[in-house]
Design a protein around this ligand. Structure first.
Ligand code: FES
Length: 146
């Protein structure tokens, strides 16, 4: 099975029903994408597939039809992605566990709507955060959109 992750191609011999999350974490060592609920609800496992947010815990490898981008593919510590920069400037993270999924979801949102309305932000950002950082998530998205 061929898979493109963060611009790099991989040939994988894996079960087609293996969730993408475990392919990323266990096979490719990309542990920035997190496991939360495992049933497609919380969004901790969000990655981008051809620019659309997908919940990788619930997406079998056989259903991956496009290029995957994880948090590791957005920027580097030397050259942060603008959304990552905005996240730091707005001091969004508390425990940080859900933040990689939140950031990937925000990047997908801003690719579709470079200047999203508050309603578009709320509709797109369905990821859960147990620390309740939602207001700062909205603030960071607004900063990134400026
Ligand atoms: Fe995938 Fe919660 S771990 S949505």
């Amino acid at each position: 099975m061929e898979l493109t992750v963060n611009g790099k191609g991989h040939s994988l011999q894996l079960e087609p029903d293996m969730p993408l999350l475990w392919v990323l974490r266990d096979e490719l060592g990309l542990t920035g994408t997190k496991y939360g609920c495992g049933i497609g609800r919380c969004g901790a496992c969000t990655v981008s597939m051809d620019g659309a947010p997908v919940r990788s815990c619930s997406l079998p490898l056989s259903a991956v039809t496009g290029a995957v981008t994880t948090i590791e593919g957005l920027g580097t510590t030397e050259a942060l992605h603008p959304v990552q920069r905005a996240w730091i400037d707005a001091q969004v993270a508390q425990c940080g566990y859900c933040q990689s999924g939140q950031i990937v979801a925000a990047v997908c949102l801003l690719q579709e709507y470079p200047e999203p309305t508050p309603a578009q932000v709320d509709a797109a950002m369905t990821n859960l955060c147990r620390c309740g950082t939602y207001e700062r998530v909205r603030m960071a998205i607004t900063r990134a959109a400026d």
